[in-house]
Design a protein. Structure first.
Length: 81
């Protein structure tokens, strides 16, 4: 395994840990809000849209945290040729 692939594996592992942490921190808030909205939703399509929106919010939050972390580490992540 080359040093570059181990660096990539480390970045992937950190991103996974960050996304899992964000999902656990925000999941209760988003799901609670979507539950309240779901009670008001009358059609199946509206419910599916609300569930998809809640999942999208979780994904966006995880991505933002990962990008902020990467921005702090940016000089170290430049490719070395």
């Amino acid at each position: 395994m080359s040093p570059r692939s181990s660096e990539v594996d480390a970045v992937i592992a950190r991103a996974r840990e960050t996304s899992e942490r964000v999902m656990t921190e925000y999941r209760g808030q988003v799901r609670g809000h979507s539950r309240r909205l779901r009670r008001k939703a009358t059609t199946v399509g509206t419910r599916v849209a609300l569930i998809a929106a809640a999942d999208a919010i979780i994904l966006v939050a995880a991505t933002v945290v990962a990008l902020r972390r990467r921005r702090r580490e940016w000089p170290r992540t430049w490719p070395r040729y």
